[in-house]
Design a protein around this ligand. Structure first.
Ligand SMILES: [Zn+2]
Length: 351
């Protein structure tokens, strides 16, 4: 065996099952772009005749994985998705297979029986070259098949993009509404809060009518905010006030802002915490800061859930995320179990 094979990712603590943790788990925050096994992506790329920058499979694994040597911040992390996985998933056949493989693998590997999976359909249609409805139907077929075969429950969340012009995000909201009764359960807003302008109420305001329309149509809403270290929880406040979201992706900077935590608690907005992702993107400086953030939320009564963000890209799964928090003495087993109860309550899926 070649000892020089690249072995990415952070070193995780020893695995230890958590007493009391349910047999079956629920995942609320997972991106299709970071959750397909490299060997499946490799096969999908070859199926479509996509020219890859590497010839060797293990070099490809390195390309589509996050590791501390190449990922220094959220931009580096998102670049992996933009450059490779989103493109490889950009055909009806590919996205159908991607969705199917994600659901079935996470059930087999970590007993995730209920999952909300998110992606941006407009980052799967080669800039309009492929028909958006074909992409969406294909994703729903993959979901249907996985749920039927493995008796799972699932739903898709469409990610609007901060960097997109308003017209494109508007189309995505329309599509989410149109497919509301076919398996689309909500919308999200993703992308980096590149500068402080993104955190201002006026910047958030440009999405207000879209989120209102989605809500009126019965969709649920979540937004990525409060993830990067230069932010201070103002984005969290703006998003809760202006977009009236049900949940927030990450939101960890709120731990440094009493007003943000107060509004989260009062409005019952639930945070989707993704521990390993936050360590990779340097959203937190390490396990001690993650401990401080989560203990602060517990102390202030801010509800949060445990999620993966990107299983394969980060070399993790949902059970490992839960075990990490206990092994690092961030949460007790009972607190982790409570997080999964909160996830059930905060899920966008019908019961
Ligand atoms: Zn995310």
């Amino acid at each position: 065996m070649n000892q020089d094979l690249p072995v990415p990712h952070l070193r995780m603590p020893e695995r230890a099952p958590i007493p009391g943790l349910p047999d079956k788990l629920i995942e609320l925050h997972l991106h299709a772009g970071g959750a397909v096994a490299p060997h499946i992506l490799w096969s999908m790329a070859h199926d479509q005749g996509i020219k890859l920058p590497v010839r060797d499979y293990f070099e490809f694994v390195e390309l589509v994985s996050s590791n501390p040597n190449k990922v220094k911040n959220l931009e580096d992390y998102l670049a992996i998705l933009h450059q490779y996985t989103e493109k490889i998933q950009s055909s009806p056949h590919a996205i159908e297979r991607a969705v199917y493989e994600i659901y079935t693998k996470e059930y087999r590997g970590a007993r995730v029986a209920r999952m909300e999976l998110r992606f941006n359909p407009m980052k799967r249609n080669l800039g309009g070259e492929r028909d958006l409805d074909h992409i969406i139907h294909a994703a729903l077929r993959g979901l249907d098949r996985a749920c039927l075969e493995y008796h799972l429950q699932g739903g898709l969340i469409f990610c609007l993009a901060r960097e997109f012009p308003a017209e494109l995000n508007e189309i995505m909201v329309e599509k989410a509404i149109r497919y509301r009764h076919r398996g689309v359960v909500g919308i999200d807003l993703a992308g980096t809060e590149r500068n402080n302008l993104e955190l201002q109420p006026e910047s958030v305001e440009r999405f207000a009518s879209m989120f209102q329309r989605a809500r009126d149509a019965g969709l649920k809403t979540t937004v990525h905010t409060g993830e990067t270290p230069h932010t201070n929880g103002d984005g969290v406040i703006a998003v809760v006030r202006r977009l009236k979201v049900n949940r927030i992706g990450h939101g960890i900077r709120a731990a440094y802002n009493e007003e943000a935590m107060k509004i989260l608690r009062e409005e019952g907005v639930v945070l989707e915490i993704c521990p390993t992702s936050n360590l990779h993107t340097r959203a937190v400086s390490g396990l001690p800061e993650l401990r401080h953030v989560l203990r602060t939320f517990l102390d202030r009564g801010v509800k949060f859930t445990i999620n993966t963000d990107a299983t394969y890209m980060l070399g993790t799964d949902l059970r490992r995320e839960a075990e990490l928090l206990v092994a690092a003495e961030i949460l007790t087993g009972a607190e982790v179990t409570r997080c999964f109860q909160i996830a059930e309550e905060a899920s966008f899926l019908d019961r």
